[in-house]
Design a protein around this ligand. Structure first.
Ligand SMILES: Cc1ncc(COP(=O)(O)O)c(C=O)c1O
Length: 394
């Protein structure tokens, strides 16, 4: 297909070449390796003189289709599909860094990404400074002579704070650093960080890209030149996405736009419903009128996304009761599902961080993260209302 200027058409009509069976929907290429026409063809394929699938750790028609689509949607030239979002993030970080290098990252990150920064990278002599995601001066002041990479996740998990992508993109350029953005929460439908100067974009495809809580997956995309190292590292270390999961994720991208429209519509309705609610201390949503970065959100995001965070008074006990009283909504750590999911970050996804570290990124024992699904909004609100009511009773 010739590329369209429309997101939906690219997401639906990008497909691996039709086989001689003339299938309409792409088949699953469940094969570890591919055959060569001859010994000479094998040599030329390994020498990269001809384009050919060799081995599914390197490439496979299903992962290629998924990545080609994602590249079109993110405005990237090249990409690599990975087994999980964490392997995508680790790949993006490890491909370009050496012992002695320094990272500046927002501290407002998914817990496991923070653990990679705090506990793993130092083993290989890579240091980092964490800054407040929304403080441009802190970003600037944290740059050191050996800073090679700037990293952020925006909106952040679970605080829904934003990084000014244009500012940090420019900072990266001025200081000759790579800028890597985890775009999991926004998805390529709501935000394209490469437009603002990011060099690599990572995704946990496990979330909204799959969108139905079925499979793990990830991806790193960027320009051809920056992806070269990432591709080599992936080929040699093998965090490859399976053809089956790539097939699911490619199919899922076909419906990303319509799903995100409804996720965002439901999330905004829920946030407005809970704003100034007598049983809720605080509500955070990037497109809510009182979000401190509303203007930035409207500049760099098409809509506010599918996540809403709440602050309940009454601390841990109240939150536990609230979650235990939910009847329709699910208590689970995943997000981006058609089903609304509710998480208590302080005791789950950020449990490995100290209380002080949690509070630095705005998470308290009263914080609740809601990934607003595609059920009817009236049913979502009704379930939350009855759980809020019951959790207040002694
Ligand atoms: C923002 C963000 N990035 C990365 C990840 C890791 O993704 P995965 O679980 O697919 O490894 C998550 C998981 O929750 C996430 O929320």
């Amino acid at each position: 297909m010739k590329n369209s200027k429309h997101f939906e058409t690219n997401a639906i009509r990008t497909q691996v070449a039709r086989s001689e069976q003339r299938e309409h929907s792409a088949p699953i290429y469940a094969t570890s390796s591919f055959v060569f026409d001859s010994a000479e063809h094998a040599r030329a394929a390994f020498a990269e003189e001809v384009e050919a699938n060799i081995y599914s750790r390197f490439s496979n028609p299903n992962t290629d289709e998924f990545i080609e689509k994602l590249c079109l949607l993110e405005g990237a030239e090249d990409g690599v599909a990975t087994a999980t979002g964490m392997s995508a993030i680790f790949l993006a970080l490890s491909s370009h860094l050496r012992a002695g290098d320094h990272i500046v990252s927002s501290g407002n990150l998914f817990g496991t990404t923070l653990q990679v920064m705090n506990n793993l990278l130092s083993r290989w002599g890579i240091s980092h400074t964490l800054v407040a995601i929304d403080d441009n001066e802190e970003w600037e002041e944290a740059i050191m002579p050996n800073t090679r990479l700037l990293f952020t996740e925006t909106p952040s998990n679970p605080g829904l704070d934003l990084c000014d992508l244009q500012f940090v993109g420019k900072l990266a350029k001025e200081n000759n650093c790579l800028f890597v953005v985890d775009n999991t929460f926004a998805t390529p439908y709501l935000q394209n960080p490469l437009q603002y100067g990011a060099h690599l974009v990572c995704h946990s495809a496990t979330k909204f890209i799959d969108g139905q809580g079925r499979t793990l997956g990830g991806a790193v995309v960027g320009s051809k030149s920056v992806m070269k190292e990432v591709r080599t590292m992936a080929r040699q270390t093998g965090p490859s996405l399976s053809p089956f999961n790539a097939w699911i994720l490619s199919k899922s991208l076909e419906t990303l736009a319509v799903r995100m429209d409804r996720h965002c519509e439901n999330a905004l309705k829920l946030a407005i419903h809970l704003q100034n609610h007598p049983k809720v201390k605080e509500v955070k949503y990037p497109f809510l009128s009182d979000h401190p970065q509303l203007e930035l959100a409207q500049k760099q995001m098409r809509m506010g996304g599918g996540l809403v965070t709440l602050e309940l008074s009454g601390g841990l006990e109240r939150c536990k009761k609230f979650i235990d009283h939910l009847q329709l909504l699910s208590c689970t750590s995943n997000l981006g599902d058609t089903r609304t999911t509710v998480t208590h970050p302080a005791t789950t996804t950020l449990a490995k961080q100290t209380r002080e570290e949690q509070e630095e990124v705005g998470v308290t024992e009263g914080s609740i993260r809601i990934s607003v699904g595609l059920e009817h909004i009236d049913d979502i609100i009704a379930d939350l209302e009855q759980a809020l009511e019951k959790s207040e009773r002694v």
